[in-house]
Ligand binder design. Structure first.
Ligand code: NCD
Length: 353
C-alpha cells in the first residue's frame, strides 16, 4: 500500500489534533482516497458501506467451497495482525480473529496488560508502537475513549505506520459493530435501508454501539429514530446534535410499547454498568426496557430485533425462536463484515468476486 509521507510531517500535536471535529480529522486516517485507519463510524459513507456489504456477501458465498476458501485464504497470507484487546470481549475478538484467518492473515494477541511490559512501567503508547514493529495491522479494544484514535495518530507520525482498527473504544465508538449492524439491517431488508423507523433501547448514554449506529444513519434517506431509555441513561447530546445537523428526525421516550408498533428494527442493549462510578445502575428499574415474548404480537411482521450481545435479561430467551429475532445472525455477520473491511484496507477487495 502506498503511503504519502507528506501526511506524517504535517500532522499536528495530539492536544491540538484531538479536539477537532471528526470531519476534519478523517483525511488524516485515509490514504489515496481510501479509509486506512477505521476509527469512527463517521468514516463509513454510503458508497463504502454498500461496497463492504457486497464484499461480505461475496466472501461468505465464495468460501463455501474449498477452492474459494483457498483463494481467499491466500489473499493476505503475507500479512500479520495484532489483536490488542485489553477490555473484555468475546464476539468482537473472535470475529476479528476468524476474519483474519479467512483472509490468511496471521495473528498474535494481547488480552491483558498484566502480561505485557506495561507492568514494567512502559506507556501504552510505547507498547502499541512496539507491536507495530512486528505486524502489518493493529486491531484494538481499549477502555479509554480516544486511545485507539491516539494510537492511529501516533502511528501516522512514525516511519512505519500500520493501519489501526477500532474494536471498541470506551463508551465512545464501536464502528465495526455499526458496520455489521447495518449489514444485518441491509440483509434483513433486502438491501433497502432508506425510510426505516429504528428504535434503540436501553443504556443509550454509555452504549458505544448505539452511538456508532446513530452516526451511520446519516447515510440513509427518510430514516427516523426513537431512543427509548430510562431518564438516567438518555442518549448524549453530541449524538442528538449530530442528528439535528443531518436532519434526521428522532424522539426520546420511556414508552417502549408505544413505539415498538411502528418499528422496522428494534435494537436492544444491556445496561453498561462497568462504567458506573458508584453503583448508580442499581438504582434504575431497567425492566420497562426489556423485550418480552408478549411483545412479539405487537410488532410488525417485518420488524427485526437486533442486539450487539452479550445479553442479560433485555430479551426473553423464548424470543430467539421467532424469525424476527436476528441477533444470532447479526453476530455471525460480524465475521464477514469485518473480513470485508480488512480486505478493503489492504486493497485486495477487488479480488473477491
Ligand atoms: C458490545 C460492546 O462491547 O460495546 N458488545 C460487542 O462488541 N458485541 C455491547 C456490550 O458490551 O453491551
Amino acid at each position: 500500500m502506498q503511503r504519502t509521507q507528506a501526511m506524517t510531517s504535517v500532522q499536528p500535536d495530539w492536544e491540538n489534533f484531538h479536539p477537532r471535529p471528526i470531519s476534519e480529522k478523517i483525511p488524516y486516517f485515509s490514504r489515496d482516497g481510501r479509509l486506512y485507519d477505521c476509527l469512527f463510524a463517521q468514516q463509513l459513507n454510503r458508497e463504502l458501506l454498500e461496497h463492504l456489504f457486497k464484499t461480505a456477501t461475496a466472501l461468505k458465498a465464495i468460501t463455501r467451497k474449498k477452492d474459494g476458501a483457498d483463494h481467499v485464504g491466500n489473499l493476505l497470507s503475507d500479512k500479520r495482525a495484532m489483536l490488542y484487546f485489553v477490555q473484555p470481549s468475546t464476539r468482537t475478538f473472535m470475529s476479528f480473529l476468524n476474519a483474519c484467518h479467512i483472509l490468511g492473515i496471521k495473528t498474535s494477541e494481547i488480552r491483558d496488560t498484566s502480561t505485557s511490559s506495561e507492568v514494567k512501567g512502559e506507556t501504552p503508547e510505547d507498547t502499541v508502537r512496539t507491536f507495530s514493529s512486528y505486524v502489518d495491522m493493529i486491531i484494538m479494544r481499549h477502555p479509554a475513549p480516544g486511545f485507539v484514535e491516539k494510537t492511529a495518530w501516533l502511528m501516522n507520525r512514525t516511519g512505519r505506520p500500520v493501519p489501526i482498527v477500532n474494536g471498541g473504544s470506551g463508551k465512545d465508538q464501536h464502528p465495526t459493530q455499526a458496520l455489521l449492524d447495518a449489514y444485518t439491517l441491509y440483509r434483513s431488508f433486502d438491501g433497502e435501508l432508506d425510510n426505516k423507523h429504528i428504535v434503540m433501547v436501553g443504556d443509550l448514554k454509555r452504549g458505544r454501539t448505539v452511538r456508532s449506529l446513530s452516526y451511520l444513519m446519516k447515510n440513509y434517506k427518510g430514516v427516523s429514530l426513537s431512543f427509548v431509555s430510562p431518564k438516567e441513561f438518555r442518549m448524549e447530546t453530541d449524538i442528538l446534535d449530530f442528528l439535528k445537523r443531518h436532519n434526521i428526525p428522532f424522539q426520546e421516550t420511556e414508552d417502549f410499547k408505544g413505539v415498538m408498533k411502528t418499528a422496522d428494527a428494534i435494537y436492544m442493549t444491556r445496561i453498561q454498568d462497568e462504567h458506573d462510578k458508584s453503583g448508580e445502575s442499581k438504582a434504575v428499574d431497567y425492566s420497562p426496557f426489556y423485550f418480552k415474548q408478549e411483545h412479539l404480537k405487537l410488532i410488525k411482521k417485518t420488524c427485526v430485533i437486533l442486539h450487539p450481545l452479550p445479553r442479560r435479561h433485555e430479551i426473553e430467551v423464548s424470543v430467539d425462536d421467532d424469525p424476527r429475532a436476528v441477533f444470532w445472525r447479526q453476530e455471525r455477520n460480524g465475521m464477514w463484515a469485518r473480513a470485508a473491511l480488512l480486505a478493503y484496507i489492504f486493497g485486495v477487495d477487488g479480488k473477491i468476486k
